[in-house]
Design a protein around this ligand. Structure first.
Ligand code: NAD
Length: 298
């Protein structure tokens, strides 16, 4: 039987619709809208395209959006002063610094200077700590793991008591999603295993998974015979494996052999069109949450 495809594109559309409704209500009741500043240093084409998409999405939702572009040679001190300005701006609820930053600037120092209550990327150590504690402590979840959890929940996958195997232990995907799935709460309460490059028998762990989350960055790493029949497979990997000569666009592949895996899995995310589109929606959701918290709304 062919698996149900979990479409990130469709789920993103639904989430953005829900956010727009809440923004409209906030404006009506409180005369306020969520405010997001995107700080772009330099002119890397990839960074420009990421920032443009974030800005466009924020504007389409009715956010107050500031695109603050800075020259490549801005000093670290000047950038820190800019962050301080937005930390103290009551109309700004989310501060996003597009990475990577130029070599003369310490990324960590800049990210750690963002007020944790405006850190909508949730990379600040305070938000990482809050995620670890769980429950009411959590203000924002990191966007890609939050998108993964949302897809699991909205696809109707049972997580309570489920065996979850996470391939990869990065700070932005593997570690946070593993912790989130192990917490108490909706879309969680799972039994979680993290596997990585030093794991002895990757296949045997993957075969046990009711929910298999793969974030390794290795095309076709997960073979169809590693998938438990009926499992939910979330493929986070985005690997450029060539170039489409007609469109001039990169050919993308995930970490799972999709065509074969979809004949065994119960539910599966495609690449592209799976986890990728979710990240930006969760960034917008975090900014809305920050605005709601600042207005004393739950
Ligand atoms: P990373 O390189 O920081 O971490 C990869 C992890 O996978 C490491 O912990 C490593 O131990 C593990 N790993 C690598 N090869 C392995 C192997 N052969 N066997 C077992 N474990 C292995 O990567 P990341 O930032 O977590 O990203 C992972 C993938 O997800 C990349 O393809 C990235 O492009 C993609 N990604 C997508 C999104 C999105 O769609 N929004 C966001 C973040 C990352």
């Amino acid at each position: 039987m062919t698996a149900q495809i979990i479409s990130g594109t469709e789920i993103r559309k639904a989430i953005l619709g829900e956010i727009k409704e809440e923004v409209d209500q906030m404006k009506e009741k409180h005369g306020k809208v969520p405010g997001l500043v995107t700080i772009l240093v330099g002119s890397s084409p990839a960074s420009i395209s990421y920032v443009t998409l974030k800005v466009k999405t924020a504007i389409s939702l009715g956010f107050h959006e500031i695109q603050d572009d800075q020259p490549e040679d801005i000093s670290e001190k000047e950038l820190l002063a800019l962050i301080d300005k937005y930390n103290n701006d009551p109309d700004i609820h989310g501060i996003l610094v597009q990475l990577p930053l130029p070599k003369h600037i310490d990324d960590k120092k800049v990210l750690n200077a963002i007020n944790p209550d405006k850190d909508v990327d949730a990379f600040h150590p305070v938000n990482v700590g809050r995620l670890m504690i769980g429950g009411d402590e959590v203000k924002f979840l990191p966007c890609t793991p939050a998108g993964i959890q949302e897809m699991i929940v909205r696809s109707g996958t049972e997580t309570s008591g489920a065996e979850v195997v996470v391939v990869g232990r990065s700070n932005i995907v593997g570690k946070p999603i593993a912790m989130m799935m192990a917490q108490k709460g909706v879309g969680a309460n799972a039994t979680v295993t993290i596997v990585h490059t030093r794991t002895k028998d990757l296949a045997s762990h993957c075969k046990r998974a009711d929910i298999l989350i793969v974030a390794a960055g290795v095309p076709d790493l997960v073979k169809p015979e590693w998938i438990k029949p009926g499992a939910t497979v979330i493929d986070v990997g985005v690997n450029r494996v060539g170039m489409n000569e007609q469109t001039g666009k990169a050919i993308l592949k995930g970490d799972v052999d999709f065509d074969a895996a979809k004949e065994i899995a119960g539910k599966i995310t495609p690449v592209p069109g799976g986890v990728g589109p979710m990240t930006i929606a969760m960034l917008m959701k975090n900014t809305l949450r920050s605005a709601k918290l600042s207005l004393g709304m739950s």
